[in-house]
Structure formats: structure tokens, C-alpha cells
Write a protein that binds this ligand. Structure first.
Ligand code: OGA
Ligand code: NI
Length: 357
């Protein structure tokens, strides 16, 4: 496999229309390929009332200070061991900047199709603008269009996919990408300390050749939120994912104790979730949550996920100190988890099971 290639799943054929184009066609009909039957949507009715998930708010400033962080560390540990996510506040990025970032994303997706298609991804590759890949004949498709961009390492960026419209898009996204490594380091160190480990334990495995990939998700208005999902149930193949949610429109749900919960919006917070690779490093103590996205019949929704991924050559395995008689080793050593992830995902299996001993 080519070095740092973002993985090349086998795509059967391109889709003729983006979801945004489908959504613009009048009427209440949704193409068959988007419709979930009750047994494959992750369980239960999609238009049921759902309880709200209690996602702890964690102050990153407090986490960063080794002296005053005790209570915050405990909050972090308990959140990541139960629901697998936190709302991170005091992360050092101003509200004004996050508003601008959301605004340039909104402006991009509001451009005419022809303009956006200048940045279209190519068949079989992930980067660029487009919709769900058709990987299997019976796959039910996600009601979302995406703009997928490698942020780092910088020399792996493919600028031809980076919008020049709106004019400030590249600069703002670049600026955002420069702010994230600090946040990631604070998190990885605090996570280790919260488990009484030497603070570089996770950072060392995460490595200094890691990749950050941005995925802008655009969820058009959908006439049938009772039958269609924005994103089907999955766990992230990252080590950590940083999600900037839409400020007004909710839709994200997390599966906990076999029940779907709505994830609340905390304005200006970054929603941080554990990905499979961190679950492996913690030997299952931190949970990589299964999540999905509902659609909305009244409002569009835009989010920005950044996936933080160790280099494909980097070996990932449970930290020795977390294994003992009561907590036997659960996962084997894995490399290039993202490729493994896609092989399993295409077969409709839960990818982390590929790493189980
Ligand atoms: C993802 C994801 C959630 C959202 O991009 O992997 O889960 O709310 N996104 O857009
Ligand atoms: Ni996800």
C-alpha cells in the first residue's frame, strides 16, 4: 500500500447525484437506497422520543495544569469509560473563530452544485467533495454529502480539493488545523494521567507521524426522518475524534446500554469522542462509542469532524500497565487499523472485533 494513502475502499460505481441534489427535487419521496427497515437502523423507530445523553463538560485549561486537575481528571476518566465522549470547553479557540469556521463551511455547501463539483473526489478515493461510496450492492446510503480533506501532515494535503470559494476557506481551515495539536496533546496526556499512567503513554503510541483528517458533513433537509439516517451506526476508526457540532440543529445520537440517546449541543464546545484505536490502547477501559446521525425535515445541519489517526506503520496495543489478572488483555497488536476498519465495515461487521484476541 502506498505510504499514507488514506485507504482505498473498493467503490462499485459513483453516485449520479449528491444528496443535496436529491433533496432539492420536490416531493416526499426518498430513493429506496436510503431507506432503513426497522431491523437495520441500529434498533427501534427513528422518530421515537429519545432521552438526552449526559455528556460531561470538561475544562481543558484545568486538565492542562498538573496541579489543579484532580477533579477534572476524574470527570474525564469516568466519562470516557461510560459514554466515551466529553464536551470540551476552555479549549483555547475563540467563539468568534468557531463561528467563522462554521460560516465558511455553510458558504461552501450553499454554492451551486457545479462550483462544488470542482472539488469532487475521484472514484475509490476518500478525499474531496461527494456523497456516500457505494461499496456493496445492498448498502443503505447515508443522507449526507461530505468534504473530506487531509489536514496533516501538511505535505500530504491535496490542495486541489481545498475550496477557494469562499475565498477565506483555506486560510480558516488551515488556522483551525494549527490549533488542534495542542488540544490533542493536552487530552492524550490527561487521559493517561487519569488512569494513573505516565503521561506520555498514549502520546508515544499515537506517534509524531500521525494524520489529521477533516470531514465536513452536510445533512440536507430530509422528507422522511422516520426512515432515513444521516449516518448509519458506526464507531470511529480514529484514536480520537474532535467534532464541531452544528450550533442549532441536533442529530447526533450515541448508543449506551443498548439505548439511543440524543447528544446535546453545547455552543462553542468541541465534542471529543474516543475512537477504536484509543479503546485498544486502553484495553477497553475507554469506550469508542457507537453513534449515528438522524435526519431533520425542517433544517439543514453542518458539522466538522476531525479524525486523529496514528500513522499506518505505527503499532497500537493495550498499555501493559492496564493489564492484570482482573483485566486480562483484550486486544492484540494492530497496525494500519484504518484498512482493517474498512474491510470489516464493508462486510457489515464491527471493525474493532478484528482486533480482539
Ligand atoms: C462522523 C460522525 C457525526 C455528526 O463524521 O464520523 O459521526 O454529528 N459525525 O456529524
Ligand atoms: Ni463518527
Amino acid at each position: 500500500m502506498a505510504e499514507a494513502e488514506p485507504l482505498c475502499p473498493i467503490e462499485l460505481r459513483p453516485q449520479p447525484k449528491t444528496v443535496q441534489e436529491l433533496a432539492a427535487i420536490d416531493g416526499k419521496e426518498v430513493p429506496e437506497r436510503y431507506i432503513h427497515k426497522a431491523d437495520n437502523n441500529g434498533g427501534g423507530a427513528l422518530d421515537a422520543p429519545f432521552p438526552v445523553l449526559d455528556v460531561p463538560t470538561v475544562d481543558l485549561q484545568l486538565l492542562a495544569s498538573s496541579s489543579s486537575g484532580g477533579e477534572e481528571l476524574e470527570k474525564l476518566r469516568s466519562a470516557l469509560s461510560s459514554c466515551g465522549c466529553i464536551q470540551a470547553i476552555n479549549h483555547g479557540i475563540t467563539s468568534a473563530f468557531l463561528d467563522t469556521l462554521q460560516e465558511v463551511a455553510r458558504q461552501f455547501f450553499a454554492l451551486p452544485s457545479e462550483e462544488k463539483k470542482k472539488y469532487s473526489r475521484e472514484i475509490g478515493s476518500i478525499e474531496g467533495y461527494g456523497n456516500d461510496m457505494i461499496l456493496t450492492e445492498h448498502q443503505i446510503l447515508d443522507w449526507t454529502d461530505r468534504l473530506y480533506l487531509i489536514l496533516s501532515p501538511e505535505d500530504k494535503r491535496m490542495l486541489k480539493f481545498w475550496p477557494e470559494n469562499p475565498e477565506s476557506f483555506r486560510r480558516i481551515l488551515h488556522e483551525y488545523s494549527m490549533k488542534l495539536p495542542v488540544i490533542l496533546e493536552v487530552l492524550l496526556k490527561a487521559m493517561a494521567r487519569s488512569l494513573n499512567l505516565e503521561e506520555n503513554q498514549f502520546l508515544r503510541q499515537y506517534g509524531d507521524r500521525a494524520t489529521m483528517q477533516a470531514r465536513f458533513n452536510f445533512y440536507p433537509i430530509c422528507p422522511r426522518p422516520d426512515l432515513v439516517l444521516g449516518v448509519k451506526p458506526h464507531a470511529d476508526g480514529s484514536a480520537i475524534t474532535l467534532l464541531l457540532q452544528d450550533k442549532e440543529v441536533k442529530g447526533l445520537q450515541v448508543l449506551k446500554d443498548d439505548q439511543w440517546f440524543n447528544v446535546p449541543i453545547v455552543p462553542q464546545a468541541l465534542l471529543i469522542n474516543v475512537g477504536d484505536q484509543l479503546e485498544i490502547m486502553t484495553n477497553g477501559i475507554f469506550k469508542s462509542p457507537v453513534h449515528r446521525v438522524l435526519t431533520n425535515s425542517e433544517k439543514e445541519r453542518i458539522t466538522l469532524a476531525v479524525f486523529c489517526l496514528p500513522h499506518p506503520d505505527q503499532e497500537i496495543q493495550p498499555v501493559e500497565e492496564l493489564i492484570n489478572e482482573t483485566n486480562p488483555r483484550l486486544y492484540k497488536k494492530v497496525k494500519d487499523y484504518v484498512s482493517l476498519f474498512f474491510q470489516y465495515y464493508q462486510q457489515g461487521r464491527k471493525p474493532i472485533e478484528a482486533a480482539l484476541l
